[in-house]
Design a protein around this ligand. Structure first.
Ligand code: SF4
Length: 170
């Protein structure tokens, strides 16, 4: 299984979610969340399709890449800037670099916040990403689903009912 940007994102959110996703366990409303995010992206940046192309490297799909300026765009519907989003875009930059595109940068757009975060790939990121990949492989091929993390983010997670089925509320 190729490591994807979704794996990188989930690795920074919750290892249990990473394992569940990678092992094909899906919850219904995930698709709604994805659709909402896509819609926000399309409505907020209708001109994007003219400037950006979709590319795929080793199974890692970059939806919006501006080849002329070497800029990756990523739109998040979230109402907060999250480390996982930055990590995901760093992974795109890492993959581009692996395939000979040096010096690409990224922009994470947050339409709800009217904010954008600039992302660069530093040397220390490259080393960290290699470690993420090793760690992620260990998790997704592991026989044991990692434990529930009991975090406030669980309430917004599509696996909430699955994870807390034996508990009243969290
Ligand atoms: S509900 Fe919480 S523990 Fe379960 S997968 Fe989601 S974030 Fe992880």
């Amino acid at each position: 299984m190729n490591i994807t940007a979704t794996h990188i994102n989930l690795y920074h959110v919750c290892r249990r979610e990473l394992w569940l996703h990678a092992n094909g366990i899906r919850m219904e409303h995930t698709s709604d969340v994805v659709a909402e995010g896509k819609l926000i992206g399309e409505l907020s940046y209708p001109e994007r399709s003219e400037r950006y192309t979709e590319i795929e490297i080793d199974g890692v799909k970059i939806d919006f890449y501006d080849a002329r300026n070497r800029v990756v765009h990523e739109v998040k519907k979230s109402d907060s800037v999250e480390n996982a989003h930055i990590a995901q875009v760093k992974y795109y930059l890492y993959k581009l670099r692996q395939h000979g595109v040096d010096g690409a940068t990224g922009i994470v757009e947050y339409p709800k916040l009217r904010q954008r975060e600039l992302v660069e790939l530093r040397e220390e990121d490259v080393e960290a990403i290699k470690d993420w990949e090793i760690d992620i492989s260990g998790i997704i091929y592991g026989d044991i689903c990692p434990p529930v993390i009991h975090s406030k983010i669980c309430r917004r997670c599509s696996y909430y009912d699955f994870c807390y089925v034996d508990e009243d509320t969290y």
